[in-house]
Write a protein that binds this ligand. Structure first.
Ligand code: ADP
Ligand code: MG
Length: 147
């Protein structure tokens, strides 16, 4: 499937992330791509809220992964911006999270394409200067149907 959502404020991106978080089921992997400052973390914050997580959610750039367990399903929030080698993901035991009972949100997933199964959700956020400073296009795609 492929859908496009356009937003004109961080609140709208948050709300869209929240809708997707409300619909998320265990085992889901969401790859979040887009340049620095496009709104991956804003989307992740909304997504967390949709899972019923009310803690502060920030980019785990230095810790690579942050776990939130206060929602209806565990959320594993990754930021792999600094990871150049998939071996570093092995070291943090990523498979346990990717193929576990929670939901994974991975900022900068495009850096590690070889790591992901085929049926992930891909969320690509982009700007369009012609449409204004706060405009974002959020493209959502998934290759296979989930049951
Ligand atoms: P990333 O994680 O992709 O680096 P952030 O989510 O940390 O980006 O930051 C996005 C920035 O863009 C925030 O300062 C946010 O307020 C701003 N912003 C402006 N318009 C939007 C929008 N439509 N959607 C998301 N963020 C927006
Ligand atoms: Mg971020």
């Amino acid at each position: 499937m492929y859908t496009v959502k356009e937003t004109w404020s961080p609140e709208e991106t948050f709300a869209f992330g929240k809708e997707m978080g409300e619909a998320a089921v265990p085992g889901g992997i969401y790859c979040l791509n887009g340049d620095l400052g496009t709104g991956k973390t804003v989307f992740a914050q909304g997504f967390a809220a949709g899972l019923g997580i009310h803690e502060n959610v920030n980019s785990p750039t230095f810790t690579i992964m942050q776990v939130y367990k206060s929602g209806r399903i565990p959320l594993y929030h990754f930021d792999v911006y600094r990871i150049c080698d998939p071996d570093e993901m092995d070291e943090i035991g990523y498979e346990e999270y990717f193929f576990g009972d929670g939901v994974c949100l991975v900022e900068w997933a495009e850096q590690l394409p070889e790591l992901f199964p085929a049926d992930v959700w891909t969320i690509q956020i982009s700007k369009d200067p012609e449409k204004g400073f706060d405009y974002r296009k959020i493209e959502v795609s998934q290759e296979q149907e989930t049951e």
